[in-house]
Design a protein around this ligand. Sequence first.
Ligand SMILES: [Zn+2]
Ligand SMILES: [Zn+2]
Length: 317
Amino acid sequence: MAGKSLERYAWLSVATGVVVLGLKTLAWYLTDSVGLLSDALESTVNIGAALVAVFALRAANRPADAEHHFGHGKAEYLSAMVEGFLLLAASAAIIATAVNRLLSPQPLEQVGIGLAISMLASALNGVVAWILIRVGREHRSVVLVADGKHLLTDVWTSAGVVVAVGAVALTGWERLDPIIALVVGANILWTGWGLLRDSVSGLLDERLSDDDIDEVVAVLAAHESPTVHFHALQSRAAGRQRFVSFHMLVPGSSSVRAAHDLAQEIEDEIDARLPETVVSIHIEPLEDPRAWGDIPRGAEHPMHSSRTRFDEGPVSG
Ligand SMILES: [Zn+2]
Ligand SMILES: [Zn+2]
């Protein structure tokens, strides 16, 4: 599925956010609970985040052009970063409101109907979260998975708020309401921090996942022989786009054609296992000491993910 269709799912998330915000605001208005207010405020973040996701998917989907030779995939990280900042802002508003209410507690009203509305909103969020995560995983969209996970955490916080507000109604302990709002605020702060951390790491060219690197290493290991050696494996991702590069050492007497045929074969095998991967192979003569001394920091021997190791072949320099 192209980014165009993925965009539809981001719009689904926007629409859900608007409906859920309406329902949760109504629940807060009826009950005057800051716990439910914190839940409603969180929904405004969802709408903003979903809108940013729409534009990020649109930008990331644009093909490479004369100005951006490697495509626009990193736009997805910018979206996740904006979402992180929005979450931090929402958590600040929630914590401030909760502290105020903690200092001057107030009774809650119409708790039954308020909670029923809130639960309806959460059910809606839960269904859409499930759809977004499923579609996002299938199409390797950082944006959709992040949005879905975000909605899923909302379902859990809403459940906590509903239980707490119900407990306030039963026990009459009014301070429990702002206390649960503080817990919600702290959880949102944590989620926002995580999104910021991940998006910054992506923008700084974090290597591919262990799963992806294991696939590449498996292909290389199958081609390793006394006359073919690999080193300097480097990788990075730009949203859905993957980039892999490494050196392939062959006898200096090999023809350009033979070396390129092998490189092409390896590129095809990697592409079959990891679609949308750009592979760059630097070919070097085994006998040349310069070929062995050019491994960049961070890509030293042996090539491996954090799980598997690709030990040096029978040839060493
Ligand atoms: Zn070529
Ligand atoms: Zn090299």
